[in-house]
Write a protein that binds this ligand. Structure first.
Ligand code: ACO
Ligand code: KIV
Length: 579
């Protein structure tokens, strides 16, 4: 029996205890909004790195550091110098080769152990500005199981560690602009009054004052509760900490419950001023909070994240290379598939959104890129993060006419009339069901060509079993041409070939124009009460109209005679795709 089978006797829920709520009254955070970006600290090179099966090589560390600082992160935790010779060497390289931009503050992590604090401080020798980050676990479980310490002993560890830090910094760091971060590890599982007691005791040693802040960094070391509980904890501390103006309240959420981002955001509502995390959520177990998601969540609320995500694919490639871990195709904002719709109703709405945006741009004279982003199903303009529109719609058996029309227009430059979209969508759907999988834009094009372009063998004049053919013409782009007389010429030409033109539709006002210079006409021909479509692209409108009608009538003949539609002629496509 598989291990999952053991649950038939009942889930082991009784082994787990729910988190105790904070019992905060008069909460302020639910009524707050986020209007500015927090301070960010990237811990990719420390928490991220320590969680990798193969920690980053020096070259990868440097690539990560350059990426982070190039994107605009101004606080970067660069390692745990006592962990390994590699970690130490990297810190020394940054300092000795003067690789730290003037506006960037590096930080290094140390446990509250005398010799380790000394060596950590020493690792910063020669740095112009740097922060030492001291941590010790404060939760009851850790006090009991890991340290075997009373509350007072646990507090003393933090206090003594801070004293040692000051002592060694005084001795070893000269005129370095030294910052200090203290983290009560497992904050979220620690009694709030005890956290406060420890933080106050640490502050009594560091003595924060204007110009000498302390960063109190509150981690969900292992995320165990709902984000609202974390927000309550942060608001409680925000209300109760002394010297609040000189404290930077920071959070360090992990993602064990999959709610790291929500925890960070609610904590910001509750008073957190700084957030520590990793790009794409690398980090211990289920990861640290994802800095990309947090930053772009802000952007999509109209708040500048203060970090440059304009080439997110580049960021993703560098991070994948450094971490040796793939970014999930569904990762918010950055995954390969997150700007792609396969399903018909999504594609339809996206296409209408783009059309509306183009319409507003044309009316107002504004560039689409300057208009408010209002495209259904896309929370962000892919171009704002350096992604193209091509992949927004991809076709398979779940797709509908909107998606097929989008591909024809965006990829091939053919704006199909609405009833023809439905007709062509049926062709594509049949192919998708027969073949399975995805249908590339090239195959969509070949299906279109096969279904609608001219078959030159068809004899003229175009009468069908003695019945006249009627047609409605739909004009698309093409080289600039004087539409008025050209339309009359087309009517006259078709009349000569036995076709009565009942209507001419012109979806877009203005001259017909396409980069490839063809005039494109779609013809909807009625034969025995049924509609058949054809498309023609030629140098002039009469020729294009005739071509479209011949193609439609061929389809009618084949269908009514129960024959398959023939493949297009060999050689060059009858219409050049990708106009
Ligand atoms: C939540 C976090 O991410 S915290 C950061 C975690 N990161 C890392 O651990 C990566 C780097 N770590 C290392 O290289 C090693 O663990 C070192 C160099 C720090 C220590 O190595 P070792 O001396 O071999 O100790 P080891 O890691 O096995 O055990 C930890 C010891 O430190 C103690 N300890 C753990 N955290 C702390 C702390 N913050 N402050 C003081 N002591 C601590 C433990 O109680 C244990 O003590 P014990 O030996 O008396 O039982
Ligand atoms: C050192 C602290 C901030 C940490 O990494 C954690 O608690 O997850």
């Amino acid at each position: 029996m598989s291990s999952a089978g053991a649950w038939t006797a009942g889930a082991p829920a009784a082994r787990y205890r729910p988190f105790t709520p904070v019992g905060l009254t008069g909460r302020r955070w639910p009524d707050s909004t986020i209007t500015t970006a927090p301070r960010w600290l990237s811990t990719d090179l420390r928490d991220g790195n320590q969680s990798l099966a193969a920690p980053m090589s020096p070259e990868r560390k440097l690539a990560m550091f350059e990426l982070l600082t190039g994107m605009g992160y101004r606080e970067v935790e660069v390692g745990f110098p006592v962990a390994s010779q590699d970690d130490l060497a990297f810190v020394r390289t940054l300092i000795e080769r003067d690789l730290i931009p003037d506006d960037v503050r590096i930080s290094v992590l140390t446990p509250a152990r005398d010799e380790m604090i000394r060596r950590t401080v020493l690792s910063l020798e020669g740095a112009r500005r740097a922060t030492v980050h001291l941590y010790n676990a404060t939760s009851p479980l850790f006090r009991r199981v890991v340290f075997g310490m009373s509350r007072d002993e646990c507090k003393d560890l933090a206090v003594h560690g801070t004293r040692l830090l000051l002592k060694y910094a005084d001795k070893l760091l000269g005129d370095c602009d030294l910052g200090f971060t203290y983290s009560p590890e497992l904050f979220n599982e620690t009694e709030l009054e005890f956290t406060l007691e420890v933080c106050e005791a640490v502050m009594d040693v560091w003595r924060p004052e204007p110009g000498r802040e302390i960063v109190l960094n509150l981690p969900t070391t292992v995320e165990r509760s709902l984000p609202n509980v974390f927000a309550d904890q942060i608001e409680w501390l925000d209300r109760n900490l002394s010297r609040r103006d000189d404290v930077c309240l920071s959070v360090h959420p992990h993602n064990d419950r999959g709610t790291g981002v929500a925890s960070a955001e609610l904590a910001m509502l509750a008073g957190a001023q700084r957030v520590e995390g990793c790009l794409f959520g690398n980090g211990e177990r289920a990861g640290n909070v994802c800095l990309v998601t947090l930053g772009l969540n802000l952007l999509t609320q109209g708040v500048d994240p203060g970090v440059d995500f304009s080439d997110l694919d580049h960021v993703r490639r560098v991070v994948e290379g450094c971490n040796g871990l793939p970014v999930h195709p569904r990762h918010p904002y950055a995954g390969e598939l997150v700007y792609t719709a396969f399903s018909g109703s999504h594609q339809d709405a996206i296409k209408k959104g783009f059309d509306a945006l183009d319409g507003t741009a044309a009316e107002s004279g504004a560039r689409p890129a300057d208009l408010p982003w209002e495209v259904p199903y896309l929370p962000l303009d892919p171009r704002d993060v350096g992604r193209a529109y091509e992949a927004v719609v991809r076709i398979n058996s779940q797709s509908g006419k909107g998606g097929v029309a989008y591909v024809m227009s965006a990829r091939h430059g053919f704006t199909l009339p609405r009833p023809m979209q439905a007709d062509f969508a049926r062709v594509v759907q049949a192919h998708a069901e027969a073949e399975g999988g995805e249908i590339s834009p090239d195959v969509v094009w070949r299906l279109f060509e096969r279904a609608y372009v001219e078959y030159p063998a068809l004899p003229l004049p175009l009468v069908f079993c003695g019945e006249p053919v009627t047609a409605e013409l739909h004009l698309d782009g093409g080289r600039p041409c004087p539409v008025g007389t050209a339309v009359q010429d087309a009517r006259d030409a078709l009349a000569r070939w036995g076709v009565e033109v009942r209507a001419v539709h012109r979806p877009v006002p203005g001259p017909l124009a396409s980069p490839a210079g063809d005039v494109v006409v779609y013809a909807e021909c009625r034969v025995r009460g049924r509609a058949f479509w054809g498309a023609g692209a030629q140098d002039d409108l009469p020729a294009a109209a005739l071509s479209a009608v011949r193609s439609a009538v061929t389809r009618a003949r084949m269908a009514i005679n129960g024959l398959d539609v023939p493949a297009p002629r060999d050689g060059r496509p009858a219409i050049a795709a990708g106009r």
